[in-house]
Design a binder for this molecule. Structure first.
Ligand SMILES: *Cc1c(COP(=O)(O)O)cnc(C)c1O
Length: 392
């Protein structure tokens, strides 16, 4: 048995690592409607893993419970054309679209699935803008678990079809992700099983930390600067958790500078960083994976940014579309709009970066996940041909 507890990210109370626990009961009393979750729990490990090179050894579930699907170990690209263009010779792109279901979310689903299995739980429900749902559906399929997904009807077709292909039960929600979130919680309360909602299930953030552990392994050091797309703020928090674990056990000396990138049309976290409070206003962006009115992990994410000198910036949908096509055409990496937002953030800040800095852009999902939006960034030829004569 691995020594680990849940620790409240707000008040520091410890709880046992039990599957029925979600958020800190004490801090949850201060929960207000349409506000980020209170009392988000983190996993705290008692001691360094015996073999730090084994990423599974950093996780609070034993390896035999993980489903047989190759999550993580995603490629780190060295984009020569971009390095030249921006004079940033140590620029890398972490391609998390290369995960089994083509998004970063597999890192969280994988750990949640293992934790459920360890505790004999076979039903997992969740709400998702699309990727978390198709991810949990795919990982759940490999594990033989039943997955029930609450998906806003606006979710890109590929993500819906993907979840159905994996055999999940999909309830299409006539409303936003925020409504889907509430419905899925009510469903779990009434039906039992595990809920994988982001931040609400502490293992989502814990699973996402593996990207930082992997970067440390692949680079032989932590990056200096990391660009991360931000919606609910769980990837951001997971990224920090990984670096904090490495720091806690003496493997790195300082926490990298994390630059969170939000879509200007859905920038609740950015607004809260300016104003000090969260206001739930309906938001919209083409980058569906980061379209969030109430960032569920908002408080925790803001604290991380403040404690570790991180920054938040915003990019417009126009910048995101341009960045998506530019990244694809310059590097051969086709990422979905949310991933392109991280690249757009890099483009926006490139002048300010130290040319010697080791910079990583986190490309969180495959471009094929949302073709309808990607289509807006290119010109599809109207004319069809039947002979080469017509184009010579
Ligand atoms: C979920 C997701 C994000 C944002 O992660 P948050 O934890 O909601 O901030 C970014 N990119 C992709 C592709 C995603 O699926």
């Amino acid at each position: 048995m691995r020594e680990a507890v849940y620790r409240c990210s707000e008040c520091g109370r410890n709880y046992p690592l039990a599957p029925e626990l979600t958020v800190c009961a004490e801090c949850q009393r201060q929960q207000e409607a349409n506000q980020p979750l209170r009392g988000v729990l983190e996993v705290a490990m008692a001691e360094a893993p015996a073999n730090p090179a084994d990423i599974l050894a950093w996780l609070p579930v034993e390896s035999e419970y993980f489903p047989p699907v190759p999550v993580g170990g995603t490629p780190l690209w060295q984009p020569a054309n971009l390095r030249r263009r921006f004079g940033c010779n140590r620029l890398y792109i972490k391609d998390d679209g290369a995960n089994p279901t083509a998004s970063f979310k597999d890192r969280a689903s994988w750990l949640v699935s293992a934790f459920a299995r360890k505790h004999g739980i076979n039903d997992i429900a969740l709400a998702s803008t699309g990727n978390a749902g198709s991810s949990m559906a795919g990982i759940g399929a490999a594990a033989g678990q039943r997955v029930t997904l609450f998906l806003p009807k606006s979710a890109p077709d590929a993500k819906l079809v993907q979840a159905l292909q994996y055999g999940a039960t999909v309830h299409r929600v006539d409303g936003s992700y925020d409504l889907a979130y509430d419905l899925s919680l009510e469903f779990t309360r009434r039906r039992g099983g595990m809920n994988r909602n982001t931040a609400y299930n502490p293992l989502t953030i814990e699973g996402k930390k593996t990207v930082s552990l992997e970067l440390f392994q692949q680079l032989g050091q932590a990056p200096d600067v990391l660009f991360v797309p931000v919606g609910d703020g769980c990837i951001l928090a997971g990224v920090y958790k990984g670096f904090r674990d490495l720091h806690q056990f003496g493997l790195i000396e300082k926490i990298p500078t994390v630059i969170g990138v939000q879509a200007a049309g859905s920038a609740a976290l950015w607004q809260a960083m300016q104003s000090g409070r969260f206001t739930a206003i309906p938001t919209a962006t083409l980058a569906d994976s980061i379209c969030v009115d109430v960032p569920r992990n908002g408080l925790h994410a803001l604290n991380q940014l403040r404690n570790h000198g991180g920054r938040l910036i915003t990019v417009s949908d126009r910048q995101i579309l341009a960045a998506q096509a530019e990244l694809a055409a310059t590097t051969g990496l086709f990422t979905e709009p949310a991933g392109a937002a991280a690249y757009a953030g890099f483009v926006q800040c490139a002048d300010e970066l130290d040319p010697a800095a080791l910079v990583v852009i986190l490309a969180t999902g495959n471009g094929l996940k949302d073709i309808a939006t990607a289509r807006k960034g290119v010109t599809v030829p109207e004319q069809t041909i039947t002979s080469v004569e017509e184009i010579l």
